[in-house]
Design a protein around this ligand. Sequence first.
Ligand SMILES: Cc1cc2nc3c(=O)[nH]c(=O)nc-3n(C[C@H](O)[C@H](O)[C@H](O)COP(=O)(O)OP(=O)(O)OC[C@H]3O[C@@H](n4cnc5c(N)ncnc54)[C@H](O)[C@@H]3O)c2cc1C
Length: 285
Amino acid sequence: MTRIPDLLQQGRCYSFEFFPPRTPEAEATLEATLVELEPLQPSYVSVTYGAGGSTRERTHDLVVRINEHHALCAMAHLTCVGHTRAELTDIVTRYGHSGVDNILALGGDPPAGVELAPGELEYAIELVRLIRGVGEFAVGVAAHPEPHPRSTDVESDRRHTAEKLAEADFAVTQFFFEPHHYFELVASLHDHGIDKPVIPGIMPVTSISAIARMAKMQGSEFPEWLSRKLHAVEDDPEAVRRVGVDEATALCRALLDGGAPGLHFYTLNRSTATREIYANLGLGA
Ligand SMILES: Cc1cc2nc3c(=O)[nH]c(=O)nc-3n(C[C@H](O)[C@H](O)[C@H](O)COP(=O)(O)OP(=O)(O)OC[C@H]3O[C@@H](n4cnc5c(N)ncnc54)[C@H](O)[C@@H]3O)c2cc1C
């Protein structure tokens, strides 16, 4: 099995993120997306984890299915929310038995409207330690270029991220629209003595209302200049998508020119925007 830290040592990593589908239609869409994105030969793909109920199983099944049936290496996301230590240990052990070597260890967010028992772990760093205790996994963590919405201040968030990344292998960031947010994060981690790879997360805008909602939720600034450009063509969904792809391409170029160790695309289970950005950047097979 491929280990992401080994890939990062060899060069830049390009990855795609998916979420487990909930309906047969969504399942078919994802399968088509996987087939369309496979020829781009991403370094790895990742599958998100939802707290609670059957969504948990779906992550495991999708990660294993991608690894077995596609020419892709899939990393599993895992969150602390609502889990006991014993449950988390079981999940990680099962990944080990299924040949899954890469796990993204996350704090997670309690899902709205779902009653869950309080989890035994509070922060992602505790999950990193738990995974390390189970086996020889490659462990990634989340980083927030614009500090995490629950943080009281930038400095404490940077310090917690540095402490967490010191025990992990690499980080993947929340999405953002201005390159300086990413470079400030990397510089701050360096000042804390941490120079491990931090892969920027890219969210191409394909719908104005969806991106505004997601940015608010994640604490990402939706810049005025981008909002203006998008609203100028808001009556034409195809033009909105084109602006989104062009701006994401420009962001990717700035990040790569500035030394980013790769790019992680939030695909929302669709392939078009990612394929277009890849083509614009001259990436892929
Ligand atoms: C690449 C990526 C993938 C993601 N995938 C998923 C997913 O699959 N499923 C999902 O539910 N969510 C996912 N998320 C969202 C993530 O779970 C949320 O942003 C969550 O609120 C925080 O996760 P974290 O791992 O950064 O948490 P943590 O590292 O635990 O940090 C959370 C907050 O606690 C603070 N903190 C950390 N340690 C301490 C400490 N010792 N003392 C006091 N404060 C502390 C931090 O500064 C921060 O404000 C993803 C995020 C990213 C960037």
